[in-house]
Design a protein around this ligand. Structure first.
Ligand code: BGC
Length: 539
């Protein structure tokens, strides 16, 4: 056992002895734990501020772990909390092996992990491999002279080697090369100029970044959400096979990701989640990522919701599942720190947000819930860094001006909350969005088949252009049936479930009263689905 691990164990014993949590450690030791789990993304700067400086911190987050555990989620994904000048909200890392003083110390991280583990929760760090901050000492050295030993840690050239446009010029601008006046060369940055790309063609860089990973695994991190992996390697047209520049998904990226996976596999029960647009980063299903955020299914989910056509969502899932190798796990999400909040997507209509939650939490994969979505938080209007701050506002704990997030002045103005989009207003209230999230996640945890069970889409009785959708999830002899009506009109139609329902079912989650569902009623089951109705049954 390393000294760090020993210290983590001692800290765990200490925090339990102090009564920090009397909950027994219930983390399973199953390496496939993540397949049936729900992940919860937390924007650390906005979750809970323990010292009144208006900035969320790790201690504040630790004090809110009982709430997170009460949601039933299995792991927390922390936004980057490393030392940073905050030009890209922490995705500009100035030191990979420390905690930014705004967020606390390494001891606070250790205490957070120990307290999370004591509650059966796992902790994922955000791992930013592609680039560092321009204030990272590596880059400061690299730019200091053309012959500095770290010059080759970054990508320097006399003229641009490739164009490689960024997918979000609204945030990152259109210039990918910036002149360093002192040394008269340009450096490459896929994102902000304050985020120079590391040079992955340099083997020392490749090895060094894996050391940063080991540092956190040794400290008890349970895994990583890995940022911007598609752009680790670029190659100029002059050398690339086919004579066309390569900007994303270079074959060497996969080689490197396999090494990264090898590092995680050296520890028990670790997992990593790719920030990716498709199903490309699973390798053979067990040698690259465990999970992929897979924006294509999210687009399917969001399109289905925007147009009240959940059948579009189901088609997107079926096609993503077809392309996913055995062992690869989709990780759908509705909102995140880049793409905004689902509540805005559905025009602030809580009924539609509820349908969205039901779909997110019952379709295949490991769903990611973005903090505050569970109470229907909406976009804010303040901007500190860029337009994406709209979805990074302080967590809505209460309706107070500081939203229960801080006793000071919040670093970013909170989102408007005209009517109960906060935890205090919804906690324990039947029919609230928060209660629905808890109910569906509890059902997931109990039946244990929603992560990986087969998805069968029901194709009758509804006409193709209604807002209805139905599907069955199955594994072994367990079944879960989900029906939603994402439309404005009630849908009181008969569903033919004969042969599907093999024993009496219970329907613990619904926003209306469904009739009994059993083999003898299954051939023409007629649940009176209201507008934006949903029902989840199991047997
Ligand atoms: C993160 C963004 C970040 C970018 C550069 C992403 O994909 O999610 O928030 O700006 O990587 O690190």
């Amino acid at each position: 056992m390393t000294i760090r691990r020993l210290m983590a164990v001692l800290l765990l014993l200490f925090t339990s002895a102090c009564g920090e949590s009397s909950a027994p450690a219930s983390r399973s030791t199953d390496p496939g734990w993540y397949r049936d789990a729900v992940l919860y993304e937390v924007w650390v700067r906005s979750y809970a501020d323990s010292d009144g400086d208006g900035i969320g911190d790790l201690r504040g987050l630790r004090e809110r772990l009982d709430y997170i555990a009460s949601l039933g989620v299995g792991a927390i994904w922390l936004s980057p909390f490393y030392p940073t000048p905050y030009f890209d909200s922490g995705y500009d890392v100035a030191d990979y092996v420390d905690v930014d003083p705004h967020y606390g110390t390494l001891a606070d991280y250790d205490a957070l992990v120990a307290a999370a583990h004591a509650r059966g929760l796992r902790v994922f760090n955000d791992l930013v491999l592609n680039h560092t901050s321009s204030e990272h000492p590596w880059f400061v050295e690299s730019r200091s002279s053309r012959d500095n030993p770290r010059r080759d840690w970054y990508v320097w050239a006399d003229a641009p080697l490739y164009a490689c446009p960024n997918a979000d010029p609204k945030a990152f601008g259109t210039e990918r090369w910036t002149l360093d006046a002192a040394t008269g060369q340009l450096y490459y940055h896929q994102f902000y100029p304050q985020q120079p790309d590391l040079n992955y063609w340099n083997p020392v860089v490749r090895d060094t970044m894996l050391d940063q990973v080991r540092f956190w695994l040794d400290r008890g991190a349970d895994g990583f959400r890995v940022d911007a992996i598609a752009t680790l390697f670029e190659e100029a047209a002059s050398t690339a096979p086919g004579g066309k520049e390569i900007c994303t998904d270079h074959p060497l990226t996969h080689e490197y990701l396999k090494r990264l996976r090898g590092v995680l596999d050296g520890y028990p029960d670790k997992a990593m989640l790719a920030e990716a647009w498709d199903t490309r980063y699973f390798g053979n299903g067990s040698d690259e990522f465990h999970m992929s955020m897979n924006a294509t299914i999210t687009v399917g989910l969001q399109t289905g919701l925007s147009y009240n056509r959940p059948s579009v969502t189901l088609q997107a899932y079926l096609s993503a599942l077809q392309k996913t190798p055995n062992g690869g796990q989709l990780a759908p999400w509705l909102s995140n720190h880049d793409f905004g909040r689902v509540m805005n997507l559905v025009n602030g209509d809580e009924r539609r947000a509820a349908v969205a939650a039901v779909l997110l939490l019952t379709l295949p994969g490991t769903p990611i819930v973005y903090y505050g979505d569970e109470v229907g938080m909406t976009h804010g209007t303040g901007v500190v860094v860029d337009y994406r701050d709209r979805a990074r506002t302080p967590m809505a704990w209460t309706a107070d001006p500081g939203t229960g997030f801080t006793t000071g002045t919040p670093w970013l103005p909170p989102s408007p909350d005209p009517g109960g989009a906060n935890v205090a207003a919804q906690d324990g209230i039947p029919g609230s969005l928060l209660t629905l999230y808890r109910q569906v996640i509890a059902l997931r945890n109990r039946v244990g088949i929603l992560g990986t069970g087969t998805l069968t889409v029901l194709t009758s009785p509804y006409p193709a252009n209604t807002g209805l959708a139905g599907f069955v999830r199955s594994q072994g002899d367990r079944r879960v049936l989900v029906l939603v009506n994402a439309g404005e009109a009630a849908a009181d139609v008969a569903w033919n479930l004969s042969g599907v329902v093999t024993r009496p079912a219970s329907c613990p989650v619904a926003n209306f009263t469904p009739p009994p569902l059993a083999p003898d009623t299954a051939a023409a089951w007629r649940p009176p689905l209201p507008a934006y109705g949903y029902v989840i049954c199991e047997w």
